[in-house]
Every structure is written in structure tokens, then in C-alpha cells.
Ligand binder design. Structure first.
Ligand code: HAM
Length: 430
């Protein structure tokens, strides 16, 4: 029995949890590239980075995203900590950033506060392509202005990020979900309409009728489409303020030559939105095609006990963007010189190795990425390893090279090679 336990223990293998993935070194260039573009453009628009904790009080999300939303009612990773506090792994970052901005007095009168974040979020969703339980977002939140130019600015910013990454086949969907003045009337109309048809609609719609009528518009079920298509649209119910806001956002988008589609049925899965909402969808993905989503949430700061402060933001789904970047590479759209600016020192014989290690340390000291074999590979295997690691340069140092004071430098991108003196190695590659 004891023996069996030992064998079983030795055989046990662990796997990542359902809906989570390891992001492996081979994919890191995509993630780093995406992150670099996001950071560069966030800075270009004067946003400042903030990092908030991975977990917050459950109440923070329940109060902001909405008790009846799918996220809060079904998808949160919630647990009690040892102090019996209800804790939730953040399913999104808007509510945490609002909390952090308020707590740290970053929101001031007559000042616009622009923040950005990059990091993991957690939702207990049914995993499928492009939908994970741990996923990554890069987003921005701006506090302190109702100016529709700001709504347009963030749409332009997200568009510019996608453009810079070379993403094509994207569509900006725009809508307004109204405000506390005009939305209740629309919701009442919607509820009356669906109530008279609900028996013919799916189970999800039946459940949503009472708790979150607006989300019925999001149903993809065929049997419900006919009713959804015949339901009234929010545009007919918008108050003057919401209508003007939306119109002015459109004027700016036209000015910036941003193509968009007004989608009256665009409802977002989070309850805090007021007025402008938008999503960017990609034609390169399957059912989970939204690569970015955002909008205004002018009431949230006040709901958290602060002074009424208008706010707007968005979040890019990084996992989905990386998926498209990988597709683009497979279709040969990648830069031809994709080799990493790095040098691999290949050595032969004891003297070659001694000199090789000496050169390696000097090269690194000068700030150039470099590495060497540490398992005693043959010359051929070292060359293979350098190629597999996708490095740009190989420096070959053998006994003969040590005698002559010259090494062989090979550029793996062009296959050119030349003899260079040890002193010239640094000047040539740097
Ligand atoms: P969201 O639409 O829930 O908005 O998420 C934004 C983006 O995150 C989505 O468009 C999608 O690309 C990605 N995403 C969401 N869930 C998953 C998932 N399970 N797996 C992979 N990717 C996912 C928000 O989170 C708001 N906080 C955005 C915002 C910021 N609104 C105002 N400010």
C-alpha cells in the first residue's frame, strides 16, 4: 500500500487550470511587441501607468459592474480570506482604478487625470477560443471631463494602437446606452415588449427579463433574433444631452477619419456605463471577436462616494490581439529580418572556450545580448542551437582564432561571415 502511494506520487503530473494558459517564450515577442506599442501610444496621449492589486473586496465589483450582470452573478472568482473578508480576483480594472484614483487623491477639481494599466483579469467563463479564465487587458481610464473630444480621443487611441500593430479588418461599433435620465424609459418599453413575447424566447432571455432586460439585446440565439430585431432602439429614447454627446463624438470621429458603425443594439456587459459606448471587433476571430471595449461611466465616482466626476475609458483584450498578430505572421506579413539582435558565442577547444567566455562577458558588459553553450555541445550543435534561438550573430572562437587574434563573425540573417579582430567585435555589432 505504502509502495503504491509512492509510485502514484511519482507519477502525478500537474496541469494548468481550465481556461488558463502558459504563455511560452516562443510567443513572448508578440506580447512584448503589443505591450511596447500600447505603452508608447499611451504615453503619446499623456496617460500615466497605474498598477492596482489583483484582488479587491467583492463589494467593489458588485456595486460597479452590477449584481445582475453575468460577470458578478456567475463569473467572479470570489473567496473568503483568513480574516473572513469576501475577496474577488479582479474581473476587470475600471472599478479598481476608480477606487485607487479616489483613495490616492488623484482626482482633483478642474484637472483631467489620465491613467493606464496592463495586467491580468479573471472571469469564470466557459473557455473557448479567445475566451479564457485568466486573460490580459491593456486599458485607459480618464477622469474629470465630459468633453466628447475625449470620447473620440480614446477611440482614436485604441484605433491607432491596432493600426500600429498592423491589424486589418477591424470595425468600430458605436452606441450610447443613455443615462439615468433617459434609460429607465427605454428599459420600461423594452421590458413591456419582451414580456409579451418571452414565452417564445430562450431560457437565458427569460432569466434576463427581470434582472437585466438590456442584456436580452445581446442574445445570439436564433429563435430570439426576430423579437430582438423588432424591439425599439435606444436612439429613439436618448435625452438631449446623450443625443448631443453621441453626435459630437461622431463629428470628431469623422474629422479624424475613423470609420465607425452605429450599432443601436450594442450593450456592454457592465452596468456602470452612461452615454457613449464602443467596441472594436475583428473579422479575423471567431465568435469572441471583440478586441476592445469601453465607454463613459459618469456616475461611478459618485457611486463610490466621491464628488460627481465624469469618466471614460477602454480595455484592449491582449490575448485576442496576440492571436491576430500570430495569424499575420503565419501569413508572411512579418518583417523579413526578424532575428533577435543577439550574439551567440560558439567555441572550439579549451583555449577557444576560455577566450570565448572572456569575450561573452565583455560583450554583455557593453550592453549587447549574448549567450554561450553550457552543456559541451559540438560545433555543429552549437551552430544549430544559435539558429534555433533565432539570434542574429554567431561569433566563432577556436584554437586557431586565439592564435591569430581574430574570430569569425557570422550574420545568420544574411549568412555573410568575416574575420574580425577580437577588439573589433564590439565596434562591429554595436
Ligand atoms: P470588457 O468588454 O468586459 O470591458 O473587456 C474588454 C476586452 O477584454 C474585450 O473586448 C475582450 O477583448 C477582452 N476580454 C474580456 N473577457 C475576456 C476573456 N474571458 N478572455 C479573453 N479576453 C477577454 C471591460 O473590461 C471594461 N473594464 C473596459 C472599460 C474600461 N470600460 C471603461 N473603461
Amino acid at each position: 500500500m505504502f509502495f503504491c502511494v509512492i509510485i502514484f506520487k511519482n507519477m502525478m503530473k500537474f496541469s494548468s487550470q481550465r481556461g488558463t494558459r502558459d504563455i511560452l517564450p516562443v510567443d513572448m515577442p508578440y506580447w512584448h511587441g503589443l505591450e511596447a506599442v500600447c505603452r508608447r501610444l499611451f504615453r503619446l496621449y499623456n496617460y500615466h501607468e497605474i498598477k492596482t492589486p489583483i484582488f479587491e473586496s467583492t463589494e467593489l465589483f458588485a456595486r460597479s459592474i452590477g449584481e445582475s450582470s453575468d460577470i458578478v452573478s456567475k463569473e467572479m472568482y470570489t473567496f473568503k480570506d483568513k480574516g473572513d473578508r469576501s475577496i474577488t480576483l479582479r474581473p476587470e480594472a475600471t472599478a479598481p482604478v476608480v477606487r485607487a484614483a479616489m483613495q490616492n487623491n488623484l482626482i482633483e477639481n478642474d484637472k483631467v487625470t489620465k491613467l493606464y494599466y496592463i495586467g491580468p483579469m479573471f472571469r469564470y467563463e466557459r473557455p473557448q477560443a479567445g475566451r479564457y479564465r485568466q486573460f490580459y487587458q491593456a486599458g485607459v481610464e480618464v477622469f474629470g471631463s465630459k468633453d466628447p473630444a475625449l470620447d473620440a480621443e480614446i477611440i482614436l487611441l485604441s484605433e491607432q494602437i491596432m493600426n500600429r500593430l498592423g491589424l486589418k479588418d477591424l470595425e468600430v461599433n458605436l452606441n450610447s446606452v443613455g443615462c439615468s435620465e433617459c434609460r429607465p424609459e427605454y428599459l420600461k418599453n423594452l421590458k413591456d415588449f419582451f414580456t409579451s413575447n418571452i414565452k417564445s424566447m430562450c431560457e437565458d432571455c427569460n432569466n434576463r427579463l427581470e434582472v437585466n432586460t438590456l442584456r436580452i439585446l445581446d442574445c445570439k440565439n436564433k429563435q430570439c433574433q426576430e423579437y430582438i430585431n423588432n424591439a425599439s432602439i435606444i436612439e429613439d429614447y436618448l435625452c438631449e444631452n446623450c443625443r448631443n454627446q453621441l453626435e459630437q463624438v461622431k463629428v470628431y470621429l469623422d474629422k479624424f477619419s475613423i470609420k465607425y458603425k452605429t450599432v443601436n443594439r450594442l450593450v456592454r456587459g457592465l452596468d456602470y456605463y452612461t452615454g457613449t459606448t464602443f467596441e472594436i471587433v475583428s473579422g479575423k476571430l471567431g465568435a469572441q471577436n471583440a478586441v476592445c471595449g469601453g465607454g463613459r461611466y459618469d456616475n461611478l465616482v459618485a457611486e463610490f462616494g466621491g464628488k460627481p466626476t465624469p469618466a471614460v475609458g477602454f480595455a484592449i483584450g491582449m490575448d485576442r490581439v496576440v492571436e491576430i498578430l500570430k495569424q499575420n505572421t503565419e501569413h508572411g506579413k512579418q518583417n523579413t529580418d526578424h532575428r533577435r539582435k543577439m550574439l551567440y558565442v560558439v567555441t572550439l577547444g579549451d583555449k577557444g572556450r576560455e577566450k570565448g567566455i572572456d569575450l561573452l562577458f565583455q560583450i554583455r558588459k557593453r550592453g549587447y545580448e549574448a549567450d554561450i553553450d553550457y552543456v559541451g555541445k559540438s560545433l555543429k550543435s552549437q551552430m544549430k542551437d544559435a539558429d534555433r534561438q533565432n539570434v542574429k550573430y554567431v561569433l566563432i572562437v577556436g584554437e586557431d582564432e586565439v592564435k591569430s587574434g581574430k574570430a569569425i563573425l557570422k550574420n545568420l540573417a544574411t549568412s555573410e561571415q568575416k574575420e574580425i579582430s577580437f577588439d573589433d567585435v564590439l565596434t562591429l555589432i554595436l
